[in-house]
Design a protein around this ligand. Sequence first.
Ligand code: BDP
Length: 716
Amino acid sequence: ENGLDGWLRYAALPDEIRHKHRPYSSIVALENAETSPVYTAAKELQDGLDRILGHKVDITFTLSNTANPAIVVGTLHAFSTAGGSIDKIPELKEDGFWLSTKGDAVQILGQNERGALYGAFEFLMMLAQGNFSPVAYASNPSAPIRWVNEWDNMDGSIERGYAGPSIFFHNGKILDDLSRAAQYARLLSSIRINGVVVNNVNANPILLKPANLQGLRRIADIMRPWGIRIGISLYFDSPRDLGGLPTSDPLDPAVVEWWKDITDQVYRHVPDLIGYLIKANSEGQPGPLTYNRTLADAANMFARALKPHGDGLVMYRAFVYNHHLDESEWKNDRANAAVEYFKDLDAEFDDNVVVQIKFGPIDFQVREPPSPLLAHLRKTKAVIEFQVCQEYMGQQSHAVYMAPLWKTILDFDLRVDGKSSLVRDIVSGERFGWTRSGYASVVNVGNDPTWLGHHLAMSNLYAYGRLTWDPLADPATMVEDWTRLTFGLDKTVVDTITKISMESWPAYENYSGNLGIQTLCDIIYTHFGPSPGSQDGNGWGQWTRANAHAIGMDRTVATGTGNSGQYPPEVAAVFENIETTPDELLLWFHHVPYTHRLKSGKTVIQHFYDAHYAGAATAQTFPTQWAALKGLIDDDRYNHVAFRLAYQAGHSIVWRDAVNGFYKTKSSIADEANRVGNHPWRIEAEDMELDGYQVVAVTPVETASGGKAIITTSQS
Ligand code: BDP
């Protein structure tokens, strides 16, 4: 068991369950082209029935030839053309499907071919969980855009990748062997992802060279039978860097022509390209502002190059900010940047431009309010950007199930114009009547067989896909389903993994940064491990504003950066006022004395101490909870996860002591329970007799007790 099949293992059901299920006579595919998702669905059904139930079932292509009960899979249109009755089937949206296991045949009918494939996966995942109850329902997506963004580089490395090299690129070229890309497409398709942007937002122009366009064609061809279309990220200065032009000014006719020509070439290889993803004027990337043009000038230039070719979109990222910002920009607050840049451009974008907005105003932190920009765009469509990659969440060395965090954002009511404006209804398109909107997520799969480096991290990818389809899906139910599919039906297995998962984000928040202070990790580069002192006084701007007396960022209109005022009035009023700001976001919006009392009655500093102890204490239970699964799941995955949970338990203590020690020193306020800095039982490694090891100083000093660690002499 190596994880390659993820949640699509189709493990054989126990005999006593299998025997309850009659074999189907045939699988009738209403489409026989091998590249069609309907054909893929038929093959997947054939494989799944064999693996789950031990039934060998043939695929046929004509409806009339079937003996009952058969499984019919295809589009609604093909079904009715072949004489099937569709009268009772409710209306399906694009990519939606009808699944009925009642009556003479199983009907799996999609609004389009992709929908038929989704229905087949739905059916197989029910069977794989031993669920044979008769059902008949239509299922429709909440939003049309359900994409993932890979951050893979042309050299085969992955930005924020923690699971080996790229499954797409190597040494400046597209890999010859794309079998992992096909396996990835299968996983994505089963969670109803319909688009993959294959390269890093920090894009390399060599992707646009002819040999690589050939390679993109191969990636697109491999993904298409799974109902997945590809898109690419572009480097803004490509006309200069690759094309040899003197400028990349988006209004320069030669630049416009250059992009038009490149786009024509891209479409010759990938005729169903979903579009371009653009990161510009952000973290050192060039962009229109470099040439004194507006963001809309740039987005529209790309949009017009795409337009003649079909429905391709420009996903223009709202993640625009200057990481060298001096403290006078945006009233000293990076959280203000997106609204400041985009608020006056709402009417300026072409209709095939979509603004892609990170879920919070800063950057995938352990806790953020929703981005206020989601309340500012009306005419311009948007997608929300999540990060399945656990960049600020322990980087797949820690188990952190993020669906509960994403739900806090999707369920948030922004009260635009005083009306219900749940984030999930904004991104679905419902609130402002958008036709193209939805979801994107950064995913850092690599060629490690676990895909993400930690078997438990895969529940994040699974849950992300399901939320894009149905943002009302319950995080605990999703992780239960995922566990049954990934690890088996045993109740102890399901209960244990669900419990660890549901406890993991609150625990991580507790030991890595609570009350809205953000993930207190190293902020300059690694984004891993505690470094509360690195947060302030640099252009990355994830500031805590901690001093000897007080902590938190004053983002109020009255005395601070004005960020609370970027929200619609009802929400702004809540965040403006300390009394009404929820404790979990208190330090995001307010600068308060360490002795400020929370709604719980505790002081801020005592809450810090207690929360860090509580979070680390929860993490200590993960290895022992996991130990109950020995023998109930395979040893390979058991050992892999046990190792990482033990690491997490240890690292959570490093987090706890580093953060608590740092703020105790800063505030000079003692822990009421006298735990911080008081570890009489601890034996310091540097105090032991060392053979083959030597003592080194640690930076930042608070990450090791006494500021010292040992390393092997050979490491020095
Ligand atoms: C930051 C990452 C950086 C990405 C950037 C982005 O640290 O590697 O390039 O986001 O989203 O969080 O563009």
